[in-house]
Write a protein that binds this ligand. Structure first.
Ligand SMILES: NC(=O)c1ccc[n+]([C@@H]2O[C@H](COP(=O)([O-])OP(=O)(O)OC[C@H]3O[C@@H](n4cnc5c(N)ncnc54)[C@H](OP(=O)(O)O)[C@@H]3O)[C@@H](O)[C@H]2O)c1
Length: 376
């Protein structure tokens, strides 16, 4: 039976609009470093959601927006409707010590650095950022692919300073991968085998070569659609996929380095000799015939070629694989990613996660999700 006061409280609950944080509003103060494709999409999403979240007891304040040229700062909140114009006129640059003073002067309790750069230099400053009392949310996967000593240092410093380090978008962009996998491992699950297609650009290219395009046509078209890096060799080298599988392997408890991964690049070594992207793209057609033969061979067996990351028996491999029609990776193309976790609990059928693994909106939403996890 409810007492009078309890009854009143029970009646006040609005089940349709539950507060995500019903105890006390805890403003998140963000400094968004990197405002290109992902950072820009994130700022747009925050601008759209800010009022809705504040009404649900989740106030978000964008304290600063930085790029390589400068930082736009306002402790009361940067005006997100005209930041693109305003950032052009700023004088100051990103400076961690100054930001730290600003945070202290303004009694900011919950400061967060949101890394939307692709910069290694910036990611190497994470230990400093944590020691200055900031949480980190990052779309940038470089830190997690650094030597294991650095990888552990970030985690130790986050714990020692009672701060969070969140990086859900490092794999599969907005797809829920890292956090659910971490929880499974904590619940006693064990990874037996992993297979995945972890690159949106390579998912597109390998899909297209089975729809009649040559490897050079598929690569040029992926580049034109904005799926690849400006120089597609960065995608075709396999190193981006290697970094991602390394992150999964480390989450599974393997203490391995990037150099331990067996990476089979899609291109022969000699393609690195071209200095310009245009020279490289012209030369790429030399591979068309050999690739078309491999495609036809796979199809004769009812299989397809896919660029696959594998973890098996504590070893990681990244390579072009022939995938048979009964494998969940078979139907993945058009930029989709898939991750198949074969584990102690998910056996014999794997835990599957699939969906678009790149793109501004899904990635920014994944970063936004990490930001909200800081108070939820
Ligand atoms: N694109 C995707 O679908 C996707 C998916 C998952 C993860 N990601 C990751 O998200 C990150 C951002 O990607 P993006 O596509 O948005 O890149 P982008 O469009 O090239 O934007 C990069 C931004 O970072 C800024 N920047 C670079 N180095 C900096 C530094 N040292 N200090 C301050 N600002 C710096 C750049 O400033 P300037 O303009 O002044 O150079 C620019 O504003 C990358 O790590 C990428 O791997 C991207």
């Amino acid at each position: 039976m409810l007492l009078e006061g309890q009854k009143q409280k029970a009646l006040n609950i609005n089940w349709n609009q539950p507060s995500l944080n019903s105890i006390a509003p805890k403003t998140l103060d963000l400094i968004i470093v990197g405002c290109g494709t992902i950072g820009g999409a994130l700022i747009k999403q925050i601008n759209e959601q800010q009022k809705i979240l504040a009404a649900r007891n989740l106030p978000i304040n964008v304290l600063g927006i930085a790029n390589q040229k400068g930082i736009l700062l306002d402790p009361a909140g940067v005006d997100l409707s005209c930041w693109q114009e305003n950032i052009k006129n700023v004088k100051g640059r990103y400076n961690l010590a100054e930001l730290s003073h600003l945070v202290k002067r303004n009694n900011i309790a919950n400061p967060v650095i949101v890394d939307c750069t692709g910069s290694r230099e910036f990611s190497l400053t994470y230990p400093d950022i944590l020691e200055h009392g900031f949480n980190i949310v990052t779309a940038n996967k470089i830190a997690n692919g650094e030597p294991i000593a650095f990888y552990k240092k970030i985690r130790q410093l986050a714990e020692a300073n009672n701060k969070r380090f969140l990086y859900e978008t490092n794999i599969g962009a907005g797809l829920p991968v890292i956090d659910p996998f971490k929880k499974l491992i904590l619940a006693g699950d064990k990874l037996n085998r992993f297979e995945g297609i972890l690159s949106g650009s390579l998912s597109y290219i390998f899909g297209e070569i089975h729809k009649g395009k040559t490897i050079s046509e598929a690569t040029i078209s992926a580049r034109e659609l904005g799926f690849t890096e400006p120089d597609p060799r960065d995608d075709l080298s396999g190193m981006d996929v290697a970094r991602k599988v390394l992150i999964i392997a480390r989450e599974a408890g393997l203490e391995i380095e990037l150099t331990d991964i067996n990476v089979e690049p899609i291109l022969p070594e000699e393609f690195n000799r071209f200095t310009t992207t245009e020279e490289f793209l012209t030369a790429l057609s030399d591979l068309d015939t050999a690739f078309s033969v491999k495609v036809a061979d796979a199809e004769k067996e009812g299989a397809v070629l896919r660029y696959v990351a594998t973890i098996e028996k504590d070893q990681c491999r990244v390579a072009v694989e022939k995938i048979s029609s009964d494998n969940p990776l078979h139907e993945i193309d058009g930029g989709e990613n898939i991750l198949a976790f074969y584990t102690r609990y998910y056996d014999p059928k794997p835990l599957l996660t699939r969906g678009y693994g790149a793109g501004p909106d899904v990635t920014a939403a994944g970063v936004f999700g990490d930001i909200l996890r800081l108070v939820n």
